[in-house]
Write a protein that binds this ligand. Structure first.
Ligand SMILES: NC(=O)c1ccc[n+]([C@@H]2O[C@H](COP(=O)([O-])OP(=O)(O)OC[C@H]3O[C@@H](n4cnc5c(N)ncnc54)[C@H](OP(=O)(O)O)[C@@H]3O)[C@@H](O)[C@H]2O)c1
Length: 499
């Protein structure tokens, strides 16, 4: 069997980071379990703590064990044999010499051929110093080998800082070797969007403003800010969710068909559509609503408000919810509003896209005792994965009654056992050199141009977050956004419903 992860060392900068414990090691465990790690693959975890290999492995077993299903001892033992701990203070120039010689030794033991994936699982403030030191120690650009760098979100805080970071990375890495993670792109149903659109003759002909009335993208979370207040309070929902995940989702829903279905072709079309989203220039305060969670109940559990969370200033004005209306300035989408909603501490965890079609001609069914409902396609991304097509049908046994009915395709019911988690897929792809599920620089830049315009718009119009109760099932303030256009939100409470 061809192993997905072969012939390289994954060097993780941030041995004890939350990301390593919650995502990377559990993903590596699952890849080990499914037989996807070859003998010629090793992991070096670099961190500043004074730990022996035994201590590090013990700590990671405990941490990763909380994030995998029933850890199998045999699989863990197989995995730990390829994990190495390297003590390194990211700012200590001399430490990289030791890291380099550790990697060289592992190359010989595991036949990893000098190839590296440098994974930045640490604060962005270290990226420059880490890459400078890698270069200084000849760890990048070795002949006949490859080196790739994986960068987590956030990629900058605005367009200027993103550009600065990109320029620094480009000094040493080619664009093709920079892997900017947006883990949403590796979700099964997000990958399915292009298949749904372009592999079915049914949908593409009606995928335009002649037939579509509006599109809604909803991403609701039950969780609050957790232990990430330090990062989140200077970011907020617009930078944390909309600049990356939501705009990527919108791009996949609205982009034109690429000439070739490869990473370059898809990136080109995504960039084109991102550039054509109308910037927030005019001062109309009715196209955006910001919110911040107050105390409340998620299920039966009482939870604190955002301002009471550890590490959040008591006068914080950071938005934990954003709802807005976007417009795309091109022929296909002119006049179609895109309603976006993302928020923390809501009643349900869900991500879904609702494509609402225009009214059908109802004149033939005038005597019908029910109102005809508009057709809709609902793409559920998480936790439910699938597609619902809502159409009108005749009520069984009735003379003249028409009812909306759902055709429900449940993706995770069919593929549950084989469907890999996002980080497994992303690590595999980085090792294989497949960047199609990572974001290109031009996409990042175009997304920041839009989000910068929204943030500036909020500042000019003094738009401040209203306080909503944690665990809310619906919010009047958000409903107003669609109500003023005589439309209604689908609602996060509906996204996970089975029919
Ligand atoms: N966590 C997530 O869910 C998540 C989600 C999306 C994106 N990200 C991104 O992933 C990256 C990591 O985030 P995180 O939340 O996992 O960070 P984190 O938990 O705060 O971890 C940062 C790590 O950096 C280490 N560190 C700090 N200063 C150091 C130094 N001078 N030398 C060596 N190590 C040093 C810390 O070591 P000690 O442990 O010894 O203090 C810590 O383990 C960030 O870029 C973040 O934006 C994270």
């Amino acid at each position: 069997m061809l192993k997905a992860m072969d012939g390289c060392i994954l060097v993780i900068f941030g041995a004890y980071s939350d990301l390593t414990k919650r995502k990377l090691l559990p993903a590596l465990y699952n890849l080990q379990k499914s037989g996807k790690l070859s003998n010629n693959f090793a992991v070096v975890c670099a961190g500043r703590r004074n730990k022996s290999w035994e201590e590090y492995i013990k700590d990671m077993k405990a941490a990763a064990g909380n994030h995998v299903e029933n850890m199998d001892e045999t699989v863990w033992i197989e995995l730990r044999e390829r994990i190495y701990y390297s003590k390194l203070d990211f700012n200590d120039k001399t430490g990289y010499r030791k890291l380099n010689s550790t990697c060289g030794r592992i190359d010989k033991m595991h036949n990893t051929k000098g190839n590296r994936i440098f994974y930045m699982a640490s604060s962005a403030s270290f990226f420059e110093s880490i890459t400078d030191n890698l270069k200084r120690n000849n760890m990048i650009d070795n002949k006949n080998t490859w080196q790739r760098v994986v960068i987590e979100k956030p990629f900058g805080k605005d367009k200027e800082t993103a550009k600065g970071l990109n320029n620094k990375l480009r000094r040493y890495f080619k664009e093709k070797d920079i892997y900017r993670i947006d883990h949403y792109l590796a979700k099964e149903m997000i990958q399915n969007i292009l298949v749904l659109r372009f592999a079915n003759i049914l949908f593409e002909p009606v995928w335009c403003n002649t037939y579509i009335d509006n599109v809604q993208i909803i991403s609701a979370e039950v969780d609050g800010v957790g232990n990430r207040a330090g990062y989140y309070d200077s970011s907020g929902a617009l930078r944390d969710m909309i600049q990356n995940h939501i705009l990527q989702l919108l791009a996949l829903i609205t982009m034109e068909k690429p000439g070739i279905m490869d990473s370059a072709g898809i990136r080109k079309e995504k960039t084109r559509i991102l550039k054509s989203i109308k910037k927030f220039k005019e001062d109309k305060s009715n196209i955006i609503v910001l919110g911040q969670y107050g105390p409340g109940y998620t299920g039966a559990k009482y939870v604190k408000g955002y301002k009471e969370e550890q590490g959040v200033p008591s006068n914080s004005r950071t938005e934990t919810l954003a709802a807005l209306k976007l417009e795309i300035e091109n022929e296909r989408w002119e006049g179609v509003p895109f309603y976006i909603l993302t928020g923390k501490r809501l009643s349900q965890k869900t991500t879904c896209v609702i494509v609402n079609f225009k009214e059908a001609s109802a004149s033939l069914f005038k005597g019908n005792c029910n109102e005809l409902e508009n057709n809709a396609i609902i793409i559920s991304i998480q936790p439910k994965e699938g597609v619902i097509y809502r159409f009108n049908g005749r009520k069984a046994g009735s003379e003249n009654s028409i009812l909306p009915v759902n055709m429900d395709y449940c993706h995770n019911c069919t593929y549950e056992k084989n469907s890999p988690e996002s980080y497994e897929r992303l690590l595999e792809d980085a090792a294989k050199g497949n960047s199609s599920l990572f974001t290109g620089w031009e996409e990042v830049e175009s997304s920041w141009e839009l989000v910068d315009s929204i943030i500036e718009f909020n500042r000019r119009n003094c738009i401040l977050p209203f306080i909503y109760e944690s665990g809310s099932k619906g919010l009047k303030e958000v409903e107003k956004l669609t109500a003023q256009d005589n439309r209604i939100w689908y609602g996060w409470e509906n996204c996970n419903k089975n029919t």
